[in-house]
Design a protein around this ligand. Structure first.
Ligand code: ZN
Length: 247
C-alpha cells in the first residue's frame, strides 16, 4: 500500500505537517485538474467487464478499486481495518456494506495523488451501496461518470455456460477456443458454479439489485455495447470515453 510506505519513510513527527501540506497541494490539484473523472463500471456477469476494465484503466492511467482485490490486499496488512475484515471473513460472515465503505474510504484516504482517476469495478452492487459510495465521492470532491458494458441476458447465459477455465492458471477461455489445453499446459474445465442454476441466480441478482443501483446514475451513464468481440468492444469504449476522460 502506498499509505504504509509513507509512514515507513517519514518520522512520525513530520507526518502531521507533511499531510497538511499534501492536502493543501491536493486541493490545488483538484482546481487545476478539474476534469479528473472517476468511473463507476457496471456489467452483467459474462459481459467481459474485468478485461475491458483493465484496458480502460491502462489507457487513462486509472487505479482500479475492486472489492475482492482490496480484501486480499487488506489480508496482508496489519491495520485495524485489516484485523476487522479478517475476523469477519474467518467467522464466515459476508463483509457488510458498512465495512465495504470503510474499505473505500481507506482507499481514497491513502491516495497519494489526487489527480489519479479511479475505476470502481463491481461496486456498487445495490442501491444502498450506491448512496454510500456517492457520499464518499462527494466528500472527496471527486467527479464521476458511470459506464455500463451492455449485453443481453441470452448472451450472458451463453457465454457463462460455455466458457472454460484453466485448472492451473485460472485463465478463462470462451467457447470459441476449442483446444482442450491452456497455453500454460493446464487442463481446461467448466467451473462448478457455472451451472445454469447458479448462473441464473447471479444474473437475477444483477437484474434485481444492481440495475436499480445503476439507474441512480442515469444522468451520467455511458452505454457500451458488449456484444461484439473484445477488440471491437475496446474500440467502442475508447471512442465513448476519450472525450470524457481527456484533461
Ligand atoms: Zn493455464
Amino acid at each position: 500500500m502506498q499509505g504504509s510506505k509513507r509512514f515507513a519513510t517519514e518520522p512520525y513527527w513530520q507526518c502531521t505537517a507533511i499531510s497538511k501540506l499534501r492536502s493543501q497541494r491536493r486541493s490545488a490539484q483538484f482546481k487545476k485538474f478539474h476534469n479528473i473523472m472517476d468511473l463507476i463500471f457496471f456489467g452483467m456477469q459474462g459481459s467481459g467487464k474485468g478485461t475491458l476494465g483493465k484496458s480502460i484503466a491502462n489507457r487513462y492511467g486509472m487505479l482500479v478499486f475492486e472489492t475482492g482485490e482490496q480484501l486480499r490486499k487488506l489480508s496482508r496488512e496489519d491495520s485495524d481495518l485489516a484485523k476487522k475484515v479478517k475476523s469477519i471473513i474467518e467467522a464466515g460472515h459476508l463483509v457488510s456494506n458498512e465495512v465495504v465503505m470503510e474499505i473505500v474510504e481507506n482507499f481514497m484516504s491513502n491516495l497519494q495523488n489526487g489527480e489519479t482517476p479511479i475505476l470502481f469495478d463491481g461496486i456498487p452492487r445495490k442501491t444502498d451501496q450506491a448512496r454510500s459510495l456517492n457520499s464518499i465521492l462527494a466528500r472527496h470532491n471527486r467527479k464521476y461518470s458511470a459506464v455500463i458494458l451492455d449485453i443481453s441476458e441470452k448472451t450472458a447465459l451463453n457465454r457463462l455456460t460455455t466458457r472454460r477455465i484453466c485448472k492451473i492458471c485460472k485463465t478463462v477461455y470462451p467457447a470459441v477456443y476449442t483446444a482442450d489445453k491452456c497455453a500454460c499446459g493446464g487442463e481446461l474445465i467448466t467451473r462448478s458454479d457455472d451451472n445454469p442454476e447458479a448462473i441464473k441466480t447471479r444474473l437475477d441478482a444483477f437484474k434485481n439489485e444492481t440495475v436499480p443501483a445503476m439507474e441512480m446514475y442515469s444522468d451520467r451513464l455511458i452505454k457500451i455495447d458488449g456484444e461484439p468481440s473484445i477488440e471491437e468492444v475496446k474500440k467502442l469504449a475508447f471512442a465513448a470515453l476519450d472525450g470524457v476522460m481527456k484533461r
